[in-house]
Design a protein around this ligand. Structure first.
Ligand SMILES: *Cc1c(COP(=O)(O)O)cnc(C)c1O
Length: 418
């Protein structure tokens, strides 16, 4: 499928008068429509709730949009819990899925009544000691081995640091029950960025079957099953996007097959989607500022890997549109680079693009999740601004760009730089 930016060349020229590149820009209309579809696809389940994975796009303005749809948030750290609390999410709308969790994070999660999703068997004792056990608790499951879907997609739970083994889960539920826990949830995240409608239904089958066994063997009252994240997006133009309605329907079938006959037809389905919700609705906008002709052809731009780490870190593909040249032939092969003193700072390698001239706007697609969020300050580079393209076409700054003062802020305890 052809990848088209959600902003026009004209809009970018207009934005450029106020906000210099590079910046991330988000598409409010796209985010809202996507959320509406997700909620409709799972509307058959009375208790369905999306807890947006805050780590994917931790911007308060964007989290506020999700609030309009009664979404919750999935937090993994102290500051993410702070963000959720400050935005007025109540305990019912905060999932705390963390691992190797510090005591003060459990204490904070308990204070604001977030639902804790325990990552490990030993955390039962730890949580009890540092913060006390709540009435409702969730446990994360790791089946081990290899998780494989028919289209070749696979992941390796056996190598993943997360979750309880099956034996630990049964033992853990018994202990938690004896200690007075009343309501239970189970959670699992078995494959990341799955571009197939099969993942959620296959995961649902694993978790629903497990839930029935857990209920039968431990008597635990299972209130929710959390399918977590992992629904992917088509980063490449040749990928077929997921059909959320087919996914919702696939999960419904398994629900009817496994849970309903076991008398568990009132279990709520939870999701913690990050990438699927926000990924396609963010662009990193940058300008070509240098061209270099050595052993290869390079385009240097004013963004770099600190603005978008995925290509450098995972070799991830991100589509690039050269604005205003959408209909020109892709007859030039470029490496599109940032300015870090690190050779993996390349947004694209051997990419066929139209001829790029200095000052051209490059739109780097699908940066709405795990994009800005993974930013860092290597080479003294500063994080960019984030902008929101609102439904009425206006543009709002939703995070200012860092300045050198931000970079030096952590030396404010002394006068070495005064
Ligand atoms: C990262 C994460 C998610 C979101 O993953 P996506 O790939 O963005 O869907 C959800 N739940 C947990 C526990 C996570 O760590």
């Amino acid at each position: 499928m052809e990848k088209k930016p959600f902003v026009t060349f004209e809009q970018l020229k207009e934005i450029d008068k106020t906000y210099p590149t590079p910046y991330h820009i988000y598409d409010e209309k796209g985010i809202r429509k996507n959320l509406e579809n997700l909620l409709e696809a799972f509307s058959w389940n009375k208790g369905f709730r999306e807890f947006f994975a805050v780590k994917a796009t931790p911007n308060p303005f964007l989290l506020q949009i999700l609030k309009d749809y009664n979404c919750g948030v999935d937090c993994s750290s102290y500051t993410e819990l702070m963000l959720a609390e400050k935005l007025g999410f109540d305990g019912e709308h905060i999932m705390f899925s963390s691992n190797a969790t510090p005591a003060e994070e459990f204490q904070y999660a308990r204070r604001i009544n977030a639902t804790i999703n325990l990552d490990d068997f030993t955390h039962i004792k730890f949580l009890e000691e540092v913060a006390g056990l709540p009435e409702t608790i969730s446990c994360r499951y790791n089946p081990g081995g290899v998780f494989q879907l028919t289209n070749g997609i696979m992941d390796n739970p056996g190598d993943a640091k997360y979750g309880f083994t099956k034996e630990q889960l049964f033992e853990g539920f018994k202990i938690l029950k004896e200690k007075g826990v009343k309501n239970f949830g189970i959670h699992s995240f078995l494959a990341s960025n799955t571009v197939t409608n099969e993942y959620y239904p296959a995961l649902a089958k694993v978790l629903f079957t497990l839930a029935v066994e857990l209920k039968e063997q431990t008597g635990a009252e299972i209130k929710f099953i959390n399918l977590s994240g992992g629904i992917g997006i088509p980063y490449r133009p040749d990928q077929e996007p997921n059909d959320i309605f087919a996914i919702g329907e696939g999960v419904r079938k398994v629900y009817e097959e496994v849970l309903v006959p076991a008398g568990m037809g009132d279990v709520a389905i939870y999701a913690e989607l990050g990438r699927y919700i926000m990924g396609p609705y963010g662009h990193l906008v940058t300008k070509a500022v240098h061209e270099k002709h050595i052993h290869k052809e390079y385009i240097g731009c004013d963004a770099c890997a600190v603005n978008l780490m995925r290509p450098a870190m995972y070799g991830a593909y991100h589509h690039i549109t050269v604005m205003g040249k959408e209909n020109e032939p892709c007859d030039h092969m470029y490496d599109v680079t940032g300015s870090l003193c690190e050779n993996n700072d390349k947004f694209a390698i051997d990419r066929m693009l139209p001829k790029i001239d200095m000052g051209d706007f490059l739109v780097i697609h699908d940066t709405g999740a795990h994009g800005f969020a993974m930013g860092y300050n290597y080479n003294g580079k500063l994080r960019s601004a984030e902008l929101l393209l609102k439904e009425d076409g206006s543009v709002q700054m939703i995070r200012r760009a860092e300045t050198p003062a931000d970079y030096f802020a952590t030396f404010d305890f002394c006068d070495i730089l005064k």
